[in-house]
Design a protein around this ligand. Structure first.
Ligand SMILES: Cc1cc2nc3c(=O)[nH]c(=O)nc-3n(C[C@H](O)[C@H](O)[C@H](O)COP(=O)(O)OP(=O)(O)OC[C@H]3O[C@@H](n4cnc5c(N)ncnc54)[C@H](O)[C@@H]3O)c2cc1C
Length: 377
């Protein structure tokens, strides 16, 4: 039975990753940090030992991302490459796919992006139209994707498409590994207002030819594969958000202890102190839900993990947006300077409210799945 109090091993992992994050800091070079974290075994901590991973779970991986983000140097691709893509391949890939990808994803030498969002589907992933059809032994994939992170640097993108079910004629989800240099795989950066080293891309492909083994695992297991990736994605987004919130609050508290414009430092004014205290509490509460979700997921209870992971992502995203807002405000004019580096977090923090699933879609999920309320859409 897992405890809500972290084990000594987990505390030690936190401390070690925090020390790594501190060495890199806010002005980090993502590639250098990625390769150092990889060498220390942090990026593959959730992957099976048989493939060079650490044999841990999403709990450990979420510690790594949260602590790096709390040090001001989050690695967004951790949400995608080891958490979503490697999980899906480890659980559902063929032996060849596992051998080809897992050791390299575990030691960080290769990365994989994840593409599900489409321009005309957005939050409604039932509406995606990227379609694969058979051509001899090959597949021909046609579709468009939008907001896909890190495609330019990732060795491949795991694309969610659909194939026709021979029995029913209806379309069912299927996942394909698409190497970046596949002929016909076109990607174009989107001009985002986010200061981050990972860019978002629009993808387009028209009858792009893929070999038979590009399909992940079994053609009939696409839906299960997708669900296997969603919980880690939400838990890791929560970790990203909580780390960012802690980073911003840390800067604001430091500032509020020192900055004096009357007789006392501004942190003595309750109008400044209380919102920071409130944010700290909200971050701690959201982390408890994230830990619950990670424990459930790692224990193999996908269904219970689903609800907890959604709630954790919601709580962490909201805590992050509020913490960053209050932190920027605490610094007065300095909150908007480049020197103090908090203003850019205003846009960055909003990502955790909208992606990978928006606040409203989580509220819909809880309304329908948890509370049993009727659907409006
Ligand atoms: C920085 C960034 C990185 C991303 N990286 C990736 C990635 O790597 N891979 C990937 O596949 N995707 C990625 N995404 C896409 C992200 O998952 C989508 O933006 C998100 O799922 C929302 O889809 P949308 O933008 O189309 O919004 P829409 O679906 O158009 O929604 C717009 C607004 O309407 C609301 N809304 C929609 N439907 C309902 C409803 N039924 N009830 C109430 N409100 C509703 C939403 O909550 C939202 O506020 C990324 C996005 C960002 C911003």
């Amino acid at each position: 039975m897992s405890s809500v109090i972290e084990s000594e091993e987990h505390q030690a992992l936190r401390a070690a990753v925090a020390a790594l994050g501190k060495r890199h800091g806010r002005d980090y070079a993502p590639e250098a940090l990625w390769s150092e974290a990889a060498k220390l075994g942090y990026l593959g901590v959730n992957l099976p030992e048989a493939y060079g991973g650490g044999g841990g779970g999403i709990y450990e991986l979420s510690i790594v991302l949260e602590e790096l983000a709390a040090a001001g140097c989050p690695l967004l691709m951790m949400v995608v490459s080891p958490a979503i893509c490697a999980t899906v391949i480890a659980r559902f890939g063929t032996d060849d796919q596992k051998a080809a990808w897992l050791p390299a994803l575990a030691d960080g030498t290769r990365t994989m992006a994840f593409g599900i969002t489409e321009p005309d589907a957005g939050s409604n992933s039932h509406r995606i139209t990227t379609t694969a059809r058979r051509d001899g032994a090959d597949w021909l994939l046609t579709g468009r994707k939008v907001f896909i992170s890190g495609v330019d640097k990732a060795d491949a993108t795991l694309i969610v498409g659909r194939t026709e079910d021979a029995r029913t004629g209806s379309l069912k989800p299927c996942l394909f590994i698409v190497p970046r240099d596949t002929p016909g795989f076109a990607y174009r950066p989107i001009d985002m207002e986010i200061r981050a080293s990972e860019w978002q891309f629009e993808l387009a492909f028209d009858d792009m030819r893929l070999p038979a083994d590009a399909l992940v695992g079994d053609e009939n297991a696409g839906l299960l594969q997708l669900f296997a990736g969603l919980n880690p994605e939400r838990i890791m987004t929560a970790a990203f958000a909580l780390g960012m919130a802690r980073y911003a609050l840390g800067r604001a508290v430091e500032y509020a202890r020192e900055r004096t414009v009357w007789r006392q430092p501004i942190g003595a004014h309750q109008a400044i102190a209380h919102p920071l205290a409130q944010s700290h509490i909200e971050v701690e509460l959201a982390r408890l839900m994230m830990q619950k979700a990670a424990h459930l997921y790692d224990s193999g209870d996908d269904a219970a993990a689903g609800e907890a992971a959604n709630m954790a992502k919601y709580a962490a995203g909201e805590a992050c947006v509020k913490a960053v807002d209050q932190s920027v405000h605490t610094l007065g004019g300095n909150g908007l300077t480049r020197e103090f580096g908090l203003a850019s977090l205003i846009t960055a923090s909003r990502v955790s409210r909208i992606a990978p699933v928006s606040r409203e879609m989580i509220l819909n999920y809880v309304s329908h799945q948890t509370l049993g309320l009727p659907k409006s859409y």
